[in-house]
Design a protein around this ligand. Structure first.
Ligand code: NAP
Length: 320
């Protein structure tokens, strides 16, 4: 028989762990299902597990390594009694209460857990180019977040990959630090909005390499450059750089909730009225799975706190 929990938290990045800390301290005995690492990009602990130094999370004047920060949050949640399972949720059913959650065989008749409330914190994954070298060099000169890592690239030559608003935003931000910023785009036209294009074209630190794809990120232990192939001429060239930012979009991790919860046009979960409430009463969402705008560890943590308080109040209201 499945156990009935007050709160099940799905996902274990800064949002999920903050929700776990708050709900544990509210004596709700939360269960967090943290996911399992997979070749398709699942990453317990979230995107910070893939970064090196984090300098903008308040409270750490000397910075902290991403995995260490997540380890601290985890310890803090466990200290107050949050239970953490390393497993992947395979199916949810929010059509009736208590909500039903499956781990393992999604076709099993019986769910693994029953939950009075659910907090979704499955995050988003930065899209990557799919190169082996990315695994080796992520956090070693290769990054997916200029706000997080731009500071480390002072006076360096930086490459940004992508042609959307994100790529141009990252490129413009990086001009504050880098010596040069080169945007590599696979077509001759940018996808970004006109205003962003105008700004980027007007910035004399930014140059563009058109019609080009990154075939390899060069360097063994640290980024040393990119190998580019011009898709029109097939010409292959190496461009030296010590920083590479891949900015080709993010994918919110919402597959599990298809058909259960509404998503916006861009695939992010809908939350209501500036709260963490979703369209299903008793199901809350926090962190990057519902945030396409800020995507910071601290905003994810803040929204995890919101979800915990929303869930706590909702549970309380149900009892009365
Ligand atoms: P996006 O609009 O989907 O753009 C992704 C870019 O990456 C495209 O230029 C695409 O090329 C390129 N790309 C995709 N896969 C690639 C691959 N495998 N190799 C090389 N290039 C690849 O994503 P986004 O820029 O993250 O923006 C997402 C949404 O957020 C958009 O609606 C955007 O307007 C919004 N946003 C707004 C702002 C702002 O207004 N300040 C800032 C950031 C994001 P193609 O063009 O050839 O497809």
């Amino acid at each position: 028989m499945a156990d009935l929990r007050n709160v099940v938290i799905i996902g274990s990045g800064p949002a999920g762990l903050t929700a776990a800390i708050y709900t544990a301290r509210a004596d709700l005995e939360p269960l967090m299902i943290e996911g399992e690492p997979s070749s398709t990009g699942d990453q317990p602990g979230g995107q910070l597990m893939l970064t090196t130094e984090v300098e903008n999370f308040p409270g750490f004047p000397d910075g902290i390594m991403g995995p260490e920060l997540m380890g601290n949050l985890r310890q803090q949640a466990e200290r107050f009694g949050a239970e953490i399972h390393t497993a992947k949720v395979s199916r949810v059913d929010f059509s009736e209460r208590p909500f039903r959650i499956w781990v393992g065989d999604p076709d099993a008749d019986e769910p693994t857990h029953l939950a009075r409330s659910v907090i979704i914190a499955t995050g988003a994954s930065a899209l990557m180019l799919g190169l082996d070298s990315e695994h080796r060099l992520l956090g070693h000169g290769l990054s997916t977040c200029a706000t997080c890592d731009g500071f480390f690239f002072r006076d360096q030559d930086i490459v940004v990959v992508g042609g959307g608003d994100s790529a141009l935003e990252e490129a413009m931000f990086l001009t504050r630090f880098g010596r040069t910023v080169t945007v590599v785009h696979r077509r001759k036209e940018l996808r970004a909005s006109k205003i962003m294009q105008d700004r980027a074209f007007a910035n004399d630190k930014i140059t563009f390499v058109w019609d080009s794809v990154v075939e390899e990120i060069l360097g063994e232990d640290r980024v040393e450059g990119v190998r580019l192939r011009n898709v029109v001429t097939d010409e292959v060239t190496d461009l030296p750089a010590t920083g590479v930012f891949v900015a080709i979009g993010h994918r919110p991790n919402t597959e599990l909730f298809t058909g259960q919860l509404p998503v916006r046009d861009n695939g992010y979960l809908v939350t209501l009225d500036g709260t963490s409430r979703t369209a299903v009463d008793g199901v809350f969402a926090c962190g990057d799975v519902q945030d396409d705008r800020y995507r910071q560890a601290i905003t994810a943590a803040g929204s995890g706190c919101m979800a915990a308080i929303d869930a706590e109040r909702w549970l309380e209201a149900q009892e009365h």
